[in-house]
Write a protein that binds this ligand. Structure first.
Ligand code: ADP
Length: 195
């Protein structure tokens, strides 16, 4: 199954992506993780992406599309994938359609986690404080300024994707404000699957 997980930063996409990949036996393809790995490795892509990421702005389509194209072609993604954090703009969605079309593939569904954007800053601040209290490392973009920029970027550039995929009959919306387990059940049932 080829899925996209759509939702703002802090909506719980990563948590649900892990559950989906376990249930479906397909990999999670997170552009955020790919970019953070590139930054950690100080690769040319990482060096270009780092400043944008730290500010909470989008990295260029050129960089993100080349990472996704290379990843989708790997053998573990042949049976399907859960895309997390991509596409983030209508331009990226169009490019993905073209890319998959050229490979003779198509998307099965786009799962949207619906959350109250105003509740997310509090959620994120709480999460970061808890992680720090446990002595865990936090992300360079997990500070209130970058987080607000991430939310604003989402509002402006990613929200239009819901209607893009609704028009194509692919959108399934799930209430992301419920418990992790409840959201997981709703995600599965929106795909016609049991947990
Ligand atoms: P979150 O959804 O929590 O904001 P991600 O881990 O998905 O975080 O992404 C972190 C950062 O990586 C983004 O703020 C952005 O700078 C960059 N990024 C990730 N995916 C994309 C994408 N598809 N297009 C452009 N930039 C991206």
């Amino acid at each position: 199954m080829r899925l996209i997980l759509l939702g703002p930063p802090g909506a719980g996409k990563g948590t649900q992506a892990v559950r989906l990949t376990e249930r479906l036996g397909v990999p999670q393809l997170s552009t955020g993780d790919m970019l953070r790995a590139a930054v950690a490795a100080s690769s040319p892509v990482g060096l270009q992406a780092q400043a944008m990421m730290e500010r909470g702005e989008l990295v260029s389509d050129e960089i993100v599309l080349s990472l996704v194209a290379a990843r989708i072609e790997q053998s573990d993604a042949q049976r399907g994938f859960v895309l997390d954090g991509f596409p983030r703009t209508v331009g990226q969605a169009v490019a993905l359609d073209t890319m998959l079309g050229e490979m003779g593939l198509a998307l099965d569904a786009v799962l949207e986690l619906q959350v109250d954007l105003n509740a997310l800053v509090a959620r994120m601040t709480g999460r970061v404080a808890e992680a720090r209290a446990r002595g865990e490392a936090t992300r360079a973009d997990d500070n209130p300024d970058a987080f607000r920029t991430r939310l604003e970027t989402y509002r402006e550039q990613t929200v239009p994707l819901s209607s893009y995929y609704a028009e194509r009959g692919l959108l399934r919306s799930v209430d992301g404000m419920l418990s992790v387990d409840r959201v997981a059940i709703d995600v599965m049932s929106s795909l016609g699957l049991k947990l």
